[in-house]
Ligand binder design. Structure first.
Ligand code: 4IA
Length: 402
């Protein structure tokens, strides 16, 4: 027996369903059990491997040649089944296509662009927080988390105001589709044709303002970097990835602040911690729990041999709680050194919108820290179940002014 043969072991057979309602409601005990049982798990239910430890997740997401995104980053293998929509030309793509499209997207998120957006984002954040403080008691989802990201980012993109109620239903379709076809996916597609129709119509050059991030994408057509159709697809990426993610990041962060009063006190006393606090919430309760890759070859992961054209699910949210990487991983600590968290993913597909997500989070939670005195839950939070997003349907909260 050679060294490598000796080192190889079988994946742990997984009979728990991480996409069941019970697991989605409280995934962290399952992640811990999986991390402790072994680095790689095989689910015969889904014919898919699960990777749960920080170093393995980092490696799989890092080695894009071996672990491809082009066959989809959900459970569906586009080599075997038809995707529900034309694949994203940035998310569901490998280099060189991915490199070209990402470059165009990234240009709309530079520090210079963020500097220009900051004033508006901060003004809107103040208005939002004043409204919440006037209400006193409110729903942290409908009255808070869903309000700001469905306004400031679409405004920045240059999307018309009419029909924006389609954004969240579309996000629900996109994110549920990364998981298995189950009752959640079914429900998300209830009004699919109308929702998809509005999204596609509003990705067109003529639908968008002349001075937004959308127009910057279309400027890349004029410069010969992408085609007109590709530009529409990249605007679709903005609308797919840029709203539900921040909405649920806001809801989860608010839940953290209402649930851990010592951390809220620290933030209130030092609003300058808002940026790191938001980051810590992405480690601790990140909206994007997991994404998949497809193996391009026979490969070994965590001592387990995996064949070609197999799906691997990387649980970033488990990596974010791995005690091999983090001290007290189950503690929400807004002063933690949180670099290396995977709430934005990692590697070449790491969130391209993160400068804008951070701007939104910092603007809103710094304004909250400056203006609010107390934050507490005013009732039982209700979960929103989604195959890959950690989310609340409602979050009753009470706040007072400083
Ligand atoms: C796209 C992973 C998630 C945030 C995401 C969803 C959709 C797209 C990109 C990223 O449509 O390009």
């Amino acid at each position: 027996m050679t060294q490598t043969e000796k080192a190889l072991s079988k994946p742990v057979q997984l009979d728990i369903d991480p996409f069941s309602i019970a697991a989605l409601g409280d995934p962290y005990p399952l992640y811990r059990a999986m991390r402790e049982a072994g680095p790689v798990h095989y689910s015969s239910r889904y014919d898919c491997y699960f990777v749960v430890r920080h170093d393995d997740v980092q490696r799989v997401l890092g080695e894009w040649r071996t672990f491809s995104s082009a066959a989809g980053v959900g459970l569906a293998n586009f080599n075997k089944e038809r995707p529900w929509r034309p694949p994203s030309i940035v998310l569901e793509a490998d280099p060189p296509l991915h490199t070209r499209t990402r470059t165009v997207l990234a240009r709309t998120m530079t520090p210079g662009v963020v500097r220009q957006l900051r004033e508006t984002f901060e003004r809107e954040a103040e208005l939002l927080i004043d409204r919440m403080l006037d209400m006193g008691a409110f729903d942290g989802i409908a009255d808070f988390a869903e309000i700001y990201p469905t306004k400031v980012f679409p405004d920045a993109v240059g999307l018309p105001a009419k029909g924006r109620e389609n954004l969240l239903p579309y996000g629900s379709m996109v994110f549920n589709s990364f998981g298995p076809r189950n009752a959640l996916t079914e429900a998300a597609f209830a009004n699919a044709d109308a929702v998809r129709g509005w999204i596609m119509a509003n990705c067109a050059r003529d639908a968008l303002s002349k001075d937004g991030l959308g127009a910057m994408i279309y400027a890349a057509v004029d410069a010969g970097e992408v085609s007109e159709d590709e530009a529409g697809m990249l605007v679709r990426s903005f609308l797919s990835a840029g709203v539900d993610t921040t909405v649920n990041a806001f809801g989860n962060m608010l839940w953290c602040l209402a649930t851990f009063p010592d951390q809220w006190r620290k933030l209130r006393e030092n609003p300058g911690l808002a940026r790191n606090a938001f980051e810590e919430s992405l480690r601790f309760e990140g909206p994007a729990q997991c994404f998949f890759r497809t193996t391009m070859d026979d490969v070994e992961v965590g001592g387990v041999q995996i064949g070609a054209n197999e799906k691997i699910c990387c649980f970033m949210a488990s990596a974010n709680r791995d005690p091999r990487r983090w001290n007290n991983p189950d503690t929400f600590d807004i002063e933690r050194k949180v670099v290396g968290h995977m709430g934005f993913g990692t590697g070449i597909h790491g969130c391209v919108g993160q400068p804008i997500a951070r701007l939104e989070g910092e603007a809103v939670f710094a304004a909250l820290a400056r203006k609010a005195g107390t934050i507490e839950l005013a009732g039982e939070p209700v979960r929103q179940y989604n195959n890959v997003l950690r989310a609340f349907a409602s979050l009753p909260v009470r706040v007072t002014r400083k």
